[in-house]
Design a protein around this ligand. Structure first.
Ligand SMILES: Cc1ncc(C[n+]2csc(CCOP(=O)(O)OP(=O)(O)O)c2C)c(N)n1
Ligand code: SF4
Ligand SMILES: [Mg+2]
Length: 318
């Protein structure tokens, strides 16, 4: 792919032209900024970006300042997807009318939303964009909680996590529902490309983003985004907690092409127990009481079953 940056090493990648500047007020250690920077640096093409309300938008665009060195739209909490789909449709229409030079390279259209904006409140708009087949990338910054408004649970919050609307206490182990399988749902739209990424596995992530940018049609990326404030780990441990997430297979890295072909893109050499991932984050600390041992066992069983399923899907190509 001719327009791609060659990914030799982190140093050469990180000194590429910046389209996401460091001057923002995201918490130190917030994975949102790492992910967004890696995504924007993955192409040299022009970008049109939208951001749903949430930590990313609130902390990067405080008038009169902005961290975005590209065309950028902030719209409602629920419709970052349709804003970017509208821009993409307008671009096509202007080309048809001869008002944009047809020889000019098309920009990349990218929408960012948190898990609250994606799994819950903006879901029907995203689903519509994927059904209509817009040429766009939608990126979910999945920190498993409505972080910007104080840590309420979303349908991405995993079972046993203590969130402000599902607090752990003397009679509760916290969140009661399992995390929604958003990747399976988006793949079921027949999307040409969907993938899970994590910022600590940056080469895997950049490869997937570049594949997404080269794909015609709607692309969905679910990015694990560790939140130091709501997951309650120390701010310098973002990469460590992300390593535990992918090495325990709590957050497996894979892609699905055209709704069918599934490829696992990262196989940990040493799989770590789920309990090590949970133990790292005080949002799960109550699960280590003897009466909640069954929740951790159930977590491990579910993670093992999902890994088995992904491997079978990869072999079967269905
Ligand atoms: C329609 C609507 N509902 C609720 C809100 C309030 N609100 C703003 S940001 C936010 C939380 C965002 O959570 P998420 O999408 O997960 O992003 P995060 O802040 O975690 O990155 C909420 C509930 C809003 N702005 N608009
Ligand atoms: S609350 Fe979480 S998601 Fe929001 S800026 Fe802080 S670390 Fe990032
Ligand atoms: Mg969130």
């Amino acid at each position: 792919m001719s327009n791609q940056k060659e990914i030799k090493n982190l140093k050469s990648f990180s000194t590429a032209a910046e389209r996401f500047e460091g001057a923002h007020v995201l918490c130190p250690g917030c994975a949102h900024s790492i992910i967004v920077r890696e995504i924007l640096n993955a192409t040299n093409d022009n970008l049109v970006v939208s951001a749903a309300t949430g930590c990313l938008e609130v902390c990067t665009a405080i008038y009169p300042h902005t961290s975005w060195d590209c065309s950028w739209i902030h719209i409602g909490f629920e419709n970052a997807s349709t804003a970017i789909a509208g821009a993409e449709s307008m671009h096509k229409a202007l080309k048809r009318k001869g008002r944009i030079d047809v020889n000019q390279k098309d920009p990349k259209f990218v929408a960012f939303g948190g898990d609250g904006a994606t799994y819950d409140i903006g879901f029907q708009w995203i689903s519509g964009c994927f059904e209509r087949g817009h040429n766009m990338m939608y990126v979910c910054l999945d920190n498993e909680v409505y972080a910007n408004t104080g840590g309420q649970r979303s349908s991405s919050t995993p079972i046993g996590a203590s969130a402000t609307t599902s607090p752990a206490g003397s009679t509760s182990y916290g969140e009661k529902q399992n995390k929604k399988d958003i990747l399976a749902i988006m793949a079921a739209h027949g999307a040409p490309y969907v993938a899970q990424v994590a910022p600590n596995k940056w080469k895997d992530m950049v490869k997937k983003i570049q594949t997404g940018f080269e794909t015609e049609g709607p692309v969905f990326i679910n990015a694990m985004s560790a939140c130091t404030t709501e997951w309650k780990f120390p701010m310098h441990k973002t990469v460590e907690v992300s390593d535990l997430a992918v090495d325990s297979l709590v957050f497996p890295l894979y892609e699905i092409i055209n709704g069918t072909e599934l490829n696992i893109t990262y196989r940990p050499k040493n799989i770590v127990p789920v309990r090590d991932y949970l133990a790292f984050q005080p949002r799960f600390k109550h699960l280590f009481k003897p009466e909640y041992a069954h929740i951790i066992e159930e977590w491990q069983r579910r993670v093992d079953a999902k890994w088995d399923y992904l491997q079978r899907r990869e072999e079967a190509r269905v």
